[in-house]
Design a protein around this ligand. Structure first.
Ligand SMILES: NC(=O)c1ccc[n+]([C@@H]2O[C@H](COP(=O)([O-])OP(=O)(O)OC[C@H]3O[C@@H](n4cnc5c(N)ncnc54)[C@H](OP(=O)(O)O)[C@@H]3O)[C@@H](O)[C@H]2O)c1
Length: 256
């Protein structure tokens, strides 16, 4: 047997995934487990979290659920503490919890608009701030922020979401510069259309779906497992010299 360790190997690592209850977060949590990591998952619905924990266990790794809302400032420090308490370390942070709302700007109350920023952007800030001390002390760490192709190009009726995801991209580049000298890698993934609860309405809308499909060179929407390889790459030593990048995983939607 070869004793060469794959640069994508996550054995002995501990990962924290926000929004890990279902959809893309669950797929990444299970993918990290398959690559060797133990996992903490954060979301509000405990039944969803329990199912992700079960799937991680089935992949042979340990997992724990932290039920909480990423807009609650107490949740991020609590989740990071849980990771260090349970696994003795934290190596990977994935800021994936997200909220999409749609509607014309004049019909969107300011509090609804701010809520989208609070979950997608402030949530990312809160968890990065919470993990800073541990990552800097150990001189290593990986942050993977989940943005969106809607942070790169615009669609109507989604000003809050497009703003939040473009913000996640800028945040990623700034923190990447700040933390690179500490041995910490910060990058982002911008998914295109993926089949999850969040996108169910779009996929069910024949006209919208046909229009989106026409702009995807690969000819199909993403399945949650399509995101896993990129997430493992950005969470592993394989990406150590990749700093502040936004990797579009979108079947080619942003290059066509
Ligand atoms: N699906 C797509 O086509 C697509 C495309 C581009 C980008 N994205 C991004 O990918 C990420 C994952 O999306 P998804 O499609 O997997 O969505 P999803 O199926 O709706 O899952 C979202 C996850 O985030 C959690 N969450 C939402 N608000 C939260 C909050 N305030 N506090 C804690 N957890 C919260 C949800 O759990 P609870 O409800 O139990 O809290 C759930 O586990 C999001 O950032 C999204 O913007 C998705």
């Amino acid at each position: 047997m070869s004793d060469v360790v794959s640069p994508f190997d996550l054995s002995g690592k501990a990962a924290l995934v926000t929004g890990g209850g279902r959809g893309l977060g669950r797929a990444m949590a299970v993918g990290f487990a398959q690559a060797g990591a133990d996992v903490i998952v954060v979301a509000r619905r405990e039944d969803d979290l329990a199912e992700t924990v079960r799937l991680v266990n089935a992949a042979g790794r340990e997992a724990h659920a932290v039920a909480g809302d990423v807009t609650d400032p107490a949740v991020a420090p609590h989740a990071v503490e849980a990771c260090v308490r349970e696994f003795g370390r934290i190596d990977i942070l994935v800021n994936n919890a997200g909220l999409l709302t749609v509607g014309p700007i004049e019909e969107t109350p300011a509090e609804d608009w701010l809520k989208v920023l609070d979950v997608n952007l402030m949530g990312t800030y809160r968890f990065c701030a919470a993990v800073a001390k541990a990552f800097k002390q150990q001189g290593s760490g990986k942050v993977v922020n989940i943005a969106s192709v809607l942070g790169t190009f615009g669609v109507g009726d989604a000003t809050a979401y497009c703003t939040a995801k473009a913000g996640v991209m800028g945040f990623t580049r700034s923190l990447a510069v700040e933390w690179a000298p500490h041995g910490i890698g910060v990058n982002a993934i911008a998914p295109g259309l993926f089949d999850t609860d969040m996108s169910a309405g779009v996929i069910a809308n024949q006209d919208a779906y046909t229009m989106i499909m026409a702009g995807i060179p690969r000819g199909r929407h993403g399945r949650p497992e399509d995101l896993v390889g990129t997430a493992v790459y950005l969470a592993s030593a394989a990406s150590d010299h990749v700093i502040g990048q936004v990797v579009h995983v979108d079947g080619g939607a942003t290059i066509a």
